[in-house]
Design a protein around this ligand. Sequence first.
Ligand code: CP3
Length: 353
Amino acid sequence: MTTVRARRTPTEMPLIAAATGAVPSRRPVWFMRQAGRSLPEYRAIRADRGMLESCFDADLVAEITMQPVRRHDTDAAILFSDIVVPLKAAGVDLDIVPGTGPVIASPVRTAADVAALDRLEPDQVGAVNAAIGRLLTELPSTVALIGFAGAPFTLASYLIEGGPSRTYENTKRMMLGDPELWHTLMGHLTDVTIAFLRAQIDAGVDAVQLFDSWAGTLSEASYEAFVAPHATRVMAEIEGYGVPRIHFGVGTGELLAAMTRVGTDVIGVDWRIPLDVAAERVGRDVAIQGNLDPTALLAGRDVVRRELTRIIDEGERAVAAGTPGHIVNLGHGVLPNTEADAITHAVELIHSL
Ligand code: CP3
C-alpha cells in the first residue's frame, strides 16, 4: 500500500462539495481544456516548446495549470498534461501534432504489438508528481486540483488507429473480430491508467476525471461487453483513495447510465441532451457536470447568458429531485478560437446568477 500525502481541506472547495453531496459555498465552475490555446499567456509560454516536452517539465506544467485559475477565477485547476503522457512515459513512440492530436509511430494491431507494450512505473511520471507538489502550495485553498487520465477505450483507439479517427474501424475490427486480443490490450491499458491516476493521487490531487472521450462511437451493448469491465476496474481501484471520481465522454447520451454503473461520483454530460434529462438517466446517486456547448462561447454574451441560465435551472431542478450536486462546465473542451474574455465573463455570470 502506498501512503497518500495529507490533502488540503476538501470541504472548503465548492467543486468537492458539489461532487460529494455537500452544499458548496458558491456554484462551482471549471472548463475542460481551460489551460491551452484560448489564452495568450499559454501561446506565449509554449511558443518555442513542443507539447509533449512541456508535459514533462514540472515548472511549465505548474505555470500553465495556474494560468486559467488566475485569469478566470475558476473553482478548479486541471493539471496540464495529455491522455497520451503515460503511454509516452511507458515508452510508446508517439507525438502530439498541432492541429491533429496524438500520432503513434507504429500502430498497435497484432498480438506481438500488444505483447511489446511496457508497464508504467511511477518514477516515469515524476515531473507530473513534482508539478502537483508545486501546485498544492500555490493554489488557493478553495480551488480543487483535478488530475486525469484517458480511459482504456480512448487510449486504445489512438494506439490502434495510430491517430484520430472518424470511423474507429481498426479499433472496432479488433474489438469485434478478436475479443481475446482486445481484452488483453484493454487489460494492459487499464493497468497504465490506474498507475497514472494513482501517481497523481499519491501526489495530492483533490479529484480525478477519467476521459473516455470517444466512447460515444459505441453501442451500449458494445460498451457493456468490451469497455465497462475495464472502466469498472479503474474506478474500483480509485474509489479506495477517497478522492471524487468524474467520468466523461462525448456523444454519450445513450451510454450515460452504463458509464455511471462502472462506478463514479460525477458524470460528465455533453450538450446533446438537456442536463435534467441526463440526471434522470443516471439516477440520483451521482452529481452532474457539463452541458454548455463550447461553440456558445463564440456566439456572444446573450447566447452565453441564455444557455447558462438554462443549465443552472436544469441543474437546480435535478438537485431538488435528489441529484447530489451540479458542477458547471462545457460539454467538451474550450475551442482554441474562444476569446479569453468570453470565458472570464461566463465564470462571473455563473458565480452571480
Ligand atoms: O486544460 C485542460 O483541460 C488540461 C489539459 C488537457 C490537454 N489534453 C492539453 C492539450 C487535457 C485534459 C487533455 C486531454 C485529452 N487529450 C483528451 C481528452 C479530452 C478531450 O478533449 O476529449 C484527448 C482526446 C486528448 C488527445 C489530444 N491531445 C487532442 C485531440 C489534442 C488536440 C489536437 C489539436 O491540436 O487540435 C491534443 C493536444 C493538446 N492537448 C493540446 C492541449 C493544450 C493542444 C496542443 C497545443 O497547444 O499545440
